[in-house]
Every structure is written in structure tokens, then in C-alpha cells.
Design a protein around this ligand. Structure first.
Ligand code: 13P
Length: 253
């Protein structure tokens, strides 16, 4: 049985005060019996990590993620954050290769490969994002692109390391647009990703890797998306900014 995961990506939103209020509501609502088997994650600004860790306390189903980390161990990289710094704060997961970072900060396949490796070396779980822009889908090149994103940055990992990764498929045209991939489109790509993993590693590894869908997930569409056989949960942007809405999504499995 793969984990069921509802991960909120807060992006560059909330002051510390606002973030603490949101996190404490989420942690409180996550105590609901029906969520005991669901992994609830919040990917928060760096400035919030230490305080939100305290808010999470000993909750067993709530985890904290960072939204990026630098690919070098340490050094003269003004404004950056290292894997060791995140590990030291007790961060569980690190979102890597979000399309906003690929687009605005020109993150390359090689950098994402190094980031994935350094996150794993520091005993944290990468949440590796992939996904195509609309033009790529219209050219029917979306499967090739996603395969390239995975193979260029992940497939040098050995099987033991690769088996620790979480994948998030986030079609860029669905992020923040209100346009969600249809259940068929999501399932088709998630199945393709799992098949690609099976070919490069093994069936048993492919079966155990959680693959999340991201892009305009809302309480109203989460249930049908999450019922697709290869969709193991969501990476949720806008709708994770409201505790009740986010928890409703987490209850959609
Ligand atoms: P939205 O849910 O706001 O579309 O954002 C998705 C996303 O980018 C999560 O990482």
C-alpha cells in the first residue's frame, strides 16, 4: 500500500503570524480519526520552519517540507539555503524542481540532479516535480518531456536511493489557473510515470513510489482525482491556504 499524501505548497505566502495560525488550524484538524492513515504535509517558507515544527509537536501524520535547497553543501552562495540547514531544523521533505523554479530561476536538469542527491544524503525526502507547459501538450510531446525530466535528474540514483523519492506531476497549464487536468489526463500521465520507473528500476519500486498530482486541486475535484489508481495524492497550492479546504482535500481519499 502506497502512502496517501496531501501536501500543501504555500509558496511565497503568509507572514510568520499568518503561517502559524494556518499551521495550528491544520494540525488541530488533522487529529480527526479519519486522517490517521493520511500523510499531511505543509511546504512552508524557510522563515516559518522552526516555529511550525513546534506547532506540529508530536502529531504523527503531519510533516514539514521546504520549497527548495541549494545543490552545494555550503559556501559563498548569498541568499541560499543548504540541505544541512534544513535537516538541522527537522525538515522531512524538500520540494525540488517546481515549475516556478525551473521557469523563473532557470533550474537545470543537472542542478536538480545535484539537489536531489544532496537532499537524500541529508536524510530528507525529495518531492520531485515534473510537468509540461500547454504548448508541449498541444504538440503531443508531454510524455517525452516528463520522461526527460525524470531521466535527466533522477535516473542516475541507485535503486535504494530512488525508492525514497516522491514524484509530483504538475502540468504547468493547471497551476494556479483553475483548470485542472481531467481525471483521465492525470491517470494517463501517472501511469506513464510509473511505467517509466518500472522500466528503469523495477516493478516493485514503481509500485511503491508515491506520485502526487498538482494543479488547481480543490475540495470539489480532489475525490475523483485521488480515486485514480496511480494518483497517490496532491501537491496543493492555492487551496492549501485555507485550513478547512486543505483538510477537506486530505479527507478525499
Ligand atoms: P495550485 O494548486 O494553486 O494550482 O498550485 C499547484 C502547485 O503549484 C503546487 O505546487
Amino acid at each position: 500500500m502506497r502512502k496517501k499524501i496531501a501536501a500543501g505548497n504555500w509558496k511565497m505566502n503568509t507572514t510568520l503570524d499568518e503561517g502559524l495560525k494556518l499551521a495550528s488550524e491544520v494540525v488541530h484538524m488533522a487529529k480527526d480519526e479519519s486522517l490517521s492513515e493520511t500523510t499531511i504535509m505543509m511546504s512552508v517558507p524557510y522563515t516559518h520552519i522552526e516555529s511550525i515544527k513546534k506547532t506540529i509537536g508530536n502529531a504523527t501524520n503531519v510533516f514539514i517540507a521546504a520549497q527548495n535547497c541549494h545543490q552545494e553543501l555550503s559556501g559563498a552562495y548569498t541568499g541560499e539555503i543548504s540541505a544541512a540547514m534544513l535537516q538541522n531544523l527537522g525538515v522531512d521533505c524538500v520540494v525540488l524542481g517546481h515549475s516556478e523554479r525551473r521557469e523563473y530561476y532557470k533550474e537545470t536538469y543537472a542542478e536538480l540532479e545535484s539537489k536531489t542527491q544532496i537532499v537524500l544524503k541529508h536524510q530528507m525526502t525529495p518531492i520531485f516535480c515534473c510537468g509540461e507547459k500547454l504548448a508541449t501538450r498541444e504538440e503531443n510531446a508531454h510524455f517525452d518531456l516528463v520522461k526527460e525530466q525524470l531521466s535527466s535528474s533522477l535516473f542516475e540514483l541507485d535503486a535504494v536511493e530512488f525508492a525514497k523519492v516522491i514524484i509530483a506531476y504538475e502540468p504547468v497549464w493547471a497551476i494556479g489557473t483553475g483548470v485542472t487536468a481531467s481525471d483521465e489526463q492525470a491517470q494517463e500521465m501517472h501511469h506513464f510515470i510509473r511505467h517509466t520507473i518500472a522500466k528503469n528500476y523495477s516493478d516493485s519500486i514503481a509500485k511503491q513510489i508515491p506520485i502526487l498530482y498538482g494543479g488547481s486541486v480543490k475540495p470539489a475535484n480532489a475525490q475523483t482525482l485521488f480515486s485514480c489508481p496511480d494518483v497517490d495524492g496532491g501537491l496543493i497550492g492555492g487551496a492549501s491556504m485555507d485550513a478547512q479546504g486543505f483538510i477537506d482535500i486530505a479527507k478525499s481519499f
